[in-house]
Design a protein around this ligand. Structure first.
Ligand code: SAM
Length: 245
């Protein structure tokens, strides 16, 4: 049923093997000698590093996955049918990749094993999925189209929620926002600018950043805005060092 959300009690309880089988082994299928694996090894286990909040149909993730095949990236999407669409899209793409001959020009680095999606209310549960400082990038692309009609509390960027996003984002990590709604851009930029843990990145500084280019142009909503010749507003912020460090 649509209103039931599954989420782990804490990030440590999350089983990522279902999402990234090439990167995580199933908890029940631990190698016989796994107990001899050093604590170091456990700590070097790859982690999800990039989150696309409200990923919609997954265009950003599908663009970035082959560009950064060693980086694990995850879409978070609240709508069940949309999440299923992205799940199927990734599974079909992986399967297609696995069937291509090794020398096929269509073969993509990483074969999309580094990308997945979960159904989640990111506003409520982002901290259930990610440890403190786990993420190095977090994307908010064309969020909240009807934000003006929403109570402030229901918006995806609010002062309270920025504390959550700052928690999961590591110092030096980047939060990207792109929108075609000018008022929303102003709202997000205002609160991010006012937050002590987010430092604005001048747009010029990211002018040649292929990730920002993908964020602006590769999502389904971004493509729609382009077709309609709409404007796009971009605001990116770097996560500051923790004050106590
Ligand atoms: N980022 C995509 C793009 O650019 O094409 C989708 C943009 S769409 C306008 C906003 C998406 O955010 C919708 O798919 C919606 O279901 C999702 N969403 C809204 N609130 C959310 C929440 N609290 N957690 C996760 N996803 C959410």
């Amino acid at each position: 049923v649509d209103h039931e959300l599954d989420y782990p009690k804490s990030p440590a309880e999350m089983d990522w093997s279902f999402h990234y089988p090439k990167f995580f082994s199933h908890p029940d299928q631990a190698e016989p000698d796994a107990s001899s694996a050093s604590a170091d090894e456990a700590q070097t286990q790859k982690q999800v590093e990039w989150a696309d909040v409200g990923c919609g149909f997954g265009g950003l993730l599908m663009a970035l996955a082959p560009m950064f095949p060693d980086t694990l990236m995850l879409g978070m999407e609240i709508r069940m049918s949309v999440t299923k669409y992205v799940t199927d899209r990734i599974a079909a793409t992986r399967q297609y990749q696995s069937m291509l001959p090794p020398d096929s020009p269509q073969r993509q680095p990483g074969e999309y094993q580094n990308v997945s999606v979960i159904r989640a209310n990111a506003m409520k549960h982002i901290g259930n999925f990610f440890e403190k400082g786990q993420l190095s990038k977090i994307f908010f692309l064309f969020p909240d189209p009807h934000f003006k009609n929403r109570k402030q509390k229901a918006r995806i960027i609010t002062p309270g929620l920025l504390a959550e996003y700052a928690y999961v984002l590591r110092p030096g990590g980047i939060l990207y926002t792109v929108t075609d709604v000018k008022d929303l851009h102003e709202w997000m930029a205002l609160h991010l600018n006012n937050h002590p843990l987010f430092i604005p990145i001048p747009n010029e500084e990211l002018a040649d950043d292929p990730i920002l280019e993908a964020a602006r142009t590769s999502t389904e909503e971004g493509k729609k805005v382009e077709r309609n010749k709409g404007d796009k507003w971009v605001a990116c912020f770097r996560r500051a060092e923790n004050p106590e460090d």
